[in-house]
Write a protein that binds this ligand. Structure first.
Ligand SMILES: O=C(O)CCC(=O)C(=O)O
Length: 267
């Protein structure tokens, strides 16, 4: 597999950025990007683990198939859109419990935080992007406004299907979503059609860059029109206990404690 998980050497990092500044940017815009959050080894390890799990005969894995695989797709992971429920598995648990991440999340969410959803997103060449949506549309909790954490495992570009976000939409209500009507649309993809998205901005990211976004923020990603894989690991966090109220049968959620009374819970 070519190494697509190493950032360019010119890439600057945001390791010194103050947590209060990160939280203020997030509060103002509904999202914030932290450059150089994870190192190349973390990205590589996650990609290798996701490929290994895609290829494994493991009935505990939770897969959503890619709706539009390339005609010449051959590896099992080329047919995977998303692998769910990873935050209790190595190495993904280490990222989900990362101390610096939890420091930021405690500032945004409070002293008791759960990770309740995690997914590794493969976007192989020709794979579909995900249409305009708000994550809270998919979250059957009374409490709204959870925090999504999207780690660029490979670079994300205009060509390979980066995310786009509409700034400020964390202050808007949840819109009506209708089914994604493209032929072979990936399972459960829906879209917002009754809002102007012309103020959207692309999230161009290097491997290791991190996007934090509010679950009301309207976002999408485009199709992969390049010849390279675009991959991301995404965790969703909220106030402790929210996933305990998910109706039976919806089993993609799995609340696990990451912060209690302000103390980080180790992986
Ligand atoms: O990474 C992508 O292409 C789409 C991810 C996304 O929009 C989501 O998980 O809500």
């Amino acid at each position: 597999m070519p190494d697509t998980t190493t950032p360019p050497s010119s890439s600057g990092g945001d390791r010194e950025r103050r947590v209060s500044d990160i939280a203020a940017d997030y509060a103002a815009n509904g999202y914030t990007v932290i450059r150089g959050f994870a190192d190349a080894a973390t990205c590589r390890e996650q990609l290798e683990a996701a490929v290994e799990l895609s290829r494994a005969d493991d009935d505990t894995k939770y897969v959503i198939a890619e709706g539009n695989p390339a005609a010449d797709a051959s590896n099992p992971e080329d047919f995977v859109a998303k692998l769910f429920k990873l935050h209790r598995r190595r190495p993904f648990d280490r990222f989900a419990h990362d101390d610096r991440l939890l420091e930021i999340l405690t500032t945004i969410i409070g002293p008791d935080v759960d990770v309740f959803l995690s997914q590794f997103i493969f976007k192989a060449p020709e794979a579909y992007g995900q249409p305009w949506h708000q994550d809270s549309y998919y979250f059957p909790f009374e409490a709204s406004h959870q925090v999504g954490v999207w780690l660029a495992v490979t670079r994300a570009t205009l060509e390979n299907g980066c995310l786009w976000v509409v700034p400020g939409t964390h202050q808007e209500a949840i819109y009506e979503h209708v089914p994604d009507d493209r032929p072979h649309a990936t399972q459960a993809y829906t879209k917002i059609v009754d809002r102007d998205m012309s103020t959207a901005v692309p999230m161009l990211m290097d491997p290791g860059d991190l996007l934090l976004f509010d679950s009301h923020v309207i976002h999408s990603s485009t199709d992969n029109e390049s010849t390279e894989l675009r991959a991301a690991f995404v965790c969703h966090y909220g106030t402790a206990g929210i996933a305990d109220h998910v109706p039976p049968g919806v089993n993609v959620f799995d609340g696990a404690p990451v912060v209690r009374h302000g103390e980080h819970v180790p992986a």
